[in-house]
Ligand binder design. Structure first.
Ligand code: SF4
Length: 266
């Protein structure tokens, strides 16, 4: 049985061919890691370290946080990391990471919101028989003991700021909210919290039980569609620049490019 994830579902919706190459043919992507993903990993790892220290009773100072980030950046950086936007170099992304962490530190230190887990794996059963399962990783989980409200925190390091309306319909954290309600007792509410680090902005959303129930049905329908699909056409978009399967995509591995496809890519 396949255990789905938000990214598996999104890949199918975004480009069925990429989904097939990645999840059915299980090809290795030719891009090992983009610089954007690398930056995201190092920032996530630094914030994980910060909250792990808090759990031990240690509140780090800003210079210690930045020292950790610099150490892991230098240790993990390698020449296989791909910079797609040629106008920028690795240093540009490194400085972004430093700025994200300074802003986050100034806003949230001393980090006392009762974080109970970081990078927490969560399993979500969409039906009673266990036929439809999803898994995800929560960047940070907070529990307010007084109110019994849980908060799912998610860090975004890209340059896209979503609106409140978009986040009120966002699927990923709503799925994780289902998992929290399944896995913890007497959950009063679950708050979904996004940290858009490039904008130093935090946005919160909530879902009713009814909204979660209809999301559950939508996801079951989407999984049924994926499992009965036999045709996986490419769906070219701006995101093709970051696709790790261009060598296996006939839109890029042949001279066939219609004007329509070209327009979508620009
Ligand atoms: S290059 Fe674009 S169209 Fe081709 S598989 Fe990747 S995302 Fe899909």
């Amino acid at each position: 049985m396949v255990i789905y994830s938000h990214s598996r579902l999104s890949t199918f919706e975004q480009c069925p061919l990429q989904f097939k190459l990645k999840y059915i043919d299980k090809l290795k992507p030719e891009i090992k890691e983009t610089i954007e993903a690398f930056l995201g990993h190092q920032v996530h790892e630094t914030l994980r370290f910060v909250y792990e220290q808090v759990a031990r009773g240690i509140i780090l100072q800003l210079d210690e946080v930045l020292k950790y980030f610099i150490e892991i950046w230098n240790r993990e950086f390698n020449n296989e990391i791909k910079i797609i936007k040629q106008e920028y170099d690795a240093e540009h992304y490194f400085h972004k990471g430093i700025k994200f962490l300074i802003d986050y530190f100034c806003k949230h230190s001393p980090f006392k919101d009762n974080t109970i887990a970081t990078e927490k794996r969560i399993m979500i059963n969409l039906d009673f028989e266990g036929k439809y399962k999803l898994q995800g990783y929560i960047d940070r989980l907070v529990h307010n003991k007084d109110t019994n409200i849980y908060e799912i925190h998610d860090y975004k390091t890209n340059g896209f700021l979503k609106s409140q309306e978009e986040l009120d319909k966002d699927r990923q954290l709503a799925l994780y909210a289902m998992g929290i309600k399944n896995n913890f007792e007497n959950v009063k509410e679950v708050h979904l919290v996004w940290h858009f680090l490039a904008f130093n902005k935090k946005i919160i959303s909530k879902r009713t039980d009814q909204e979660l129930e209809s999301l559950k049905q939508e996801i079951i329908e989407l999984i049924n569609k994926i499992e009965s699909t036999t045709e996986f056409p490419p769906n070219p978009s701006k995101l093709c620049k970051w696709c790790g399967f261009r060598n296996n995509c006939y839109l890029f591995n042949s001279s066939f490019k219609t004007e329509n496809i070209q327009n979508n890519l620009e």
